[in-house]
Design a protein around this ligand. Structure first.
Ligand SMILES: [Zn+2]
Length: 482
């Protein structure tokens, strides 16, 4: 898979930092002489400005995994932001394509009422987008109603975000990417809120008869992603069916949908297993459950060779009560691989859940914090361990808020991959290993980390905004740590 170097990271960043609901738009194609649109229309009159997906108002999301999915399918897709309550913003679109009419109108309004505060602003193809905090009452989406050249993107509206490409070839750009989103002055709100429109949670959210199956299926999938229990998902789905479908589907169909999504949904997300990941069970690294094995999207993307390694190594792990040597050369032999270089490059994919699958201290659900180990090389030992029996490196992690408590054994260093879903990266992160605080401070977000993992992401759970390298000091007088 290839990813555009521009669109995906910004889409993820906007969703994470600003909590904007994002969706993919079509994008301009061709060159200045012959500009077209990525949509199938011959003469598109909304080049690069209309949604690539159906039902975008409801499907727009902050979920990085979904964003990766969409932009993997269309790396150059322009970035759409749903405006209004859903994203907590409205956008004043100052459109200067008619000889600066938008700027002139805004200037007049500001002279009469007072200047607008500085706020997050994007340069568009022919003007500016000024972002304002949503006031909580409905802001109607209008074109030129406020004044000539001034459009408002509010409820059920959307706008293109940087670095989308405009039909005229220019790129949308942030004027002040880090700026706060200002509260709009009262005079502007007064002008915008004189008339009310039903918002997206009202009448417009009705699921028409022809879309019931698709829409309900999407709702059920979305419910599973929340990690709620199957019973509560079923209850919510039945509610949505009764309240939003123009003519509700029979309950039995909804039950069937929930059952079928439960089967294919990745179990670690769908319903945390109560038994197999227990830390008392040495085999918790490799729970083997036939249904989840076949439904595991990660496994499905492995090559035949990788799948072969995985199965062989799983078998050895079972034989060793959950342990594998923490050594690539040894694993290479165990896996019966034939090309060491190839193997070293991708065996971690095959063993993706070997390392530190652990419980979230808050929800109790299994989460993955750590991506990989550095092999432990102890003083005086060569790293050619195989076939000597040695316990594998092992680390157990529990996260509570921004604090990670780790117990490690035979691990010299590990890398924590921090997902913005789990950590508040604006606050200090604390890592305590075997009772010692090894890190306490702010971890810088790094878009390269995000991209690196996004590009390797095969099970769509690896959206990490930062990496933290942790070196574990050896305990004095103990060769192996604990
Ligand atoms: Zn088009």
């Amino acid at each position: 898979m290839t990813y555009s170097t521009k669109m995906l990271p910004e889409a993820i960043h906007l969703a994470a930092k600003r909590q904007f609901k994002i969706f993919p738009l079509h994008n301009p194609t061709g060159d200045a002489k012959e500009r077209g649109c990525s949509c199938p229309k011959l003469q598109c009159d909304r080049i690069g400005k209309h949604p690539r997906i159906k039902n975008h108002l409801n499907r727009a999301t902050t979920d990085p995994a979904q964003l990766v999915d969409w932009w993997a399918a269309s790396p150059d897709a322009n970035i759409g932001i749903v405006t209004g309550k859903k994203s907590g913003i409205f956008v004043l679109d100052v459109d200067d394509k008619n000889a600066g009419s938008g700027s002139a109108s805004l200037h007049k309004l500001e002279q009469a009422n007072g200047p607008l505060p500085e706020t997050l602003t994007a340069r568009t193809g022919d003007g500016r987008h000024l972002y304002f905090q949503h006031p909580g009452v409905t802001i109607k989406t209008t074109n030129g109603e406020l004044a000539d050249g001034l459009d408002v993107k509010g409820e059920n509206g959307s706008c293109n975000a940087p670095p989308s490409v405009h039909a005229n070839g220019k790129t949308y750009q942030w004027v002040n990417a880090e700026a706060k989103i200002a509260v709009a002055p009262n005079w502007l709100l007064d002008l915008l809120t004189q008339e009310d429109v039903p918002d997206a949670d009202g009448d417009n959210n009705v699921i028409p008869v022809g879309q019931r199956n698709d829409a309900m299926y999407a709702e059920v999938c979305a419910l599973f992603k929340t990690g709620a229990s199957r019973e509560s998902i079923l209850r919510s789905a039945l509610d949505i069916n009764r309240n939003r479908c123009q003519q509700p589907l029979p309950d039995s169909e909804i039950r069937g949908m929930v059952a079928s999504v439960a089967n294919t949904h990745k179990p670690s997300k769908a319903k945390p297993s109560k038994t197999s990941r227990s830390s008392r069970n040495p085999l918790y690294w490799f729970p083997f459950d036939v249904h989840s094995f076949f439904a595991d999207q990660h496994t499905q993307t492995l090559t035949a060779a990788q799948l072969g390694w995985r199965i062989r190594l799983m078998a050895f792990a079972w034989q060793n009560r959950g342990s594998l040597v923490n050594d690539a050369d040894a694993l290479f032999k165990l896996a019966n691989a034939d090309n060491k270089k190839q193997f070293k490059k991708s065996y971690r994919r095959a063993l993706y859940d070997f390392e530190a699958v652990t419980r979230d201290g808050e929800s109790g659900r299994p989460i993955r914090l750590s991506g990989r180990y550095a092999p432990t090389v102890l003083p005086g030992e060569s790293d050619a361990m195989f076939p000597r029996q040695r316990e594998s490196g092992r680390i157990d992690l529990i996260r509570t808020g921004n604090r990670v408590d780790a117990k490690s054994r035979g691990v010299a260093a590990f890398t924590l991959l921090l997902s913005p879903d789990q950590f508040d990266l604006n606050r200090a992160v604390t890592v305590v290993v075997n009772g010692r605080t090894l890190f306490d401070g702010i971890v810088q977000r790094d878009i390269r980390t995000l991209l690196k993992w996004a590009a390797r992401d095969n099970d769509r759970t690896m959206l990490f905004a930062a990496e933290l390298q942790v070196a574990v000091p050896l305990r004095p007088g103990s060769g192996q740590g604990q």
